[in-house]
Ligand binder design. Structure first.
Ligand code: ADP
Ligand code: MG
Length: 245
């Protein structure tokens, strides 16, 4: 579904992504792992058009999307959640989902037009599907961090992406919140066949959910393949300085 080929990105001379290669097969969960500062978020921002690569190719369903703006890439079918929560804190949970649906239709946001009521059934469906119905009228800022992340993923899915990118979806979460996210990832992948690309620092989680792993180290891809092969890779082991992975 996605292929990243020799992609590079420098910030004022600092090579954040030096040589990244990645294959994301359709219908699988693929994880990009690597120490803090390895370039994972930068790579995601390159894929979604939030940053422009200096060179290399990013092929989404055989089409080079490098250089396209974020909204064009969203329209082609790539949805994402950010490493930090990216929702409208002052809107209710209901309004957040509704805003996403309106944005999907490419219309400007106006909650007061009667036509906007058309979305209400779909909003309730989504709230039900993600277990958020009880929070519908609540301000998003009052939800737990874990529930805000679920909302963020629900918003990303409102655009009906073919590929969902999740940047450290469980960062800063309690074990219970983490379990919720893991179940959600598995449900989206197994039941709905969604293709997912994620970054994650929790290795236990990575080996639990990912069918394929790419290891980024100082901006370079140093290993890519099946989880068990990556785990045994000598280069990966030395990059993690003997940490258990
Ligand atoms: P990761 O997500 O793997 O922790 P990042 O992609 O966030 O890593 O960052 C990779 C490197 O690039 C880090 O050294 C970071 O400080 C640097 N970096 C990221 N974004 C910028 C930016 N906008 N300007 C300058 N340096 C940046
Ligand atoms: Mg990051």
């Amino acid at each position: 579904m996605l292929r990243v080929d020799k992609v590079r990105k420098a910030f004022q001379g600092f090579q954040a992504v030096a040589d990244a290669n990645l294959t994301v097969p359709s219908g699988m969960v693929t994880a990009v792992i690597g120490p803090n500062g390895a370039g994972k978020s930068t790579l995601f921002n390159l894929i979604t058009g939030h940053l422009q690569s200096d060179s290399g190719q990013i092929l989404f369903q055989e089409e080079n999307i490098a250089g396209l703006p974020p909204h064009a890439i969203t329209r082609k079918g790539i949805g994402r959640s950010f490493q930090l929560i990216n929702i409208f804190q002052r809107l209710t949970v209901f309004e957040n989902i509704k805003a996403a649906l309106i944005a999907r239709e490419g219309k400007t946001m106006n909650f007061f037009l009667p036509a906007r009521r058309l979305f209400n059934d779909e909003v309730w469906d989504i709230l039900g599907e993600f277990g958020l119905a009880d929070f519908a009228e609540r301000s998003a800022s009052l939800m737990s961090y874990g529930d805000q992340k679920v909302l963020e993923i629900a918003i990303a899915l409102a655009t009906k992406p073919k590929l969902l990118l999740l940047d450290e979806p469980t960062a800063g979460m309690s074990p219970e919140e983490t379990r919720k996210i893991v179940q959600l990832i598995k449900r989206l992948s197994c039941d709905q066949g969604l293709t997912i690309l994620l970054t994650e620092h929790d290795m236990e989680l990575v080996f639990d959910v990912a069918q394929r792993i790419m290891v980024l180290h100082q901006g370079r891809t140093i290993a890519e393949g099946l989880p068990e092969d990556v785990r045994r890779d000598a280069g990966v082991r030395s990059a993690y300085l003997g940490e258990a992975i």
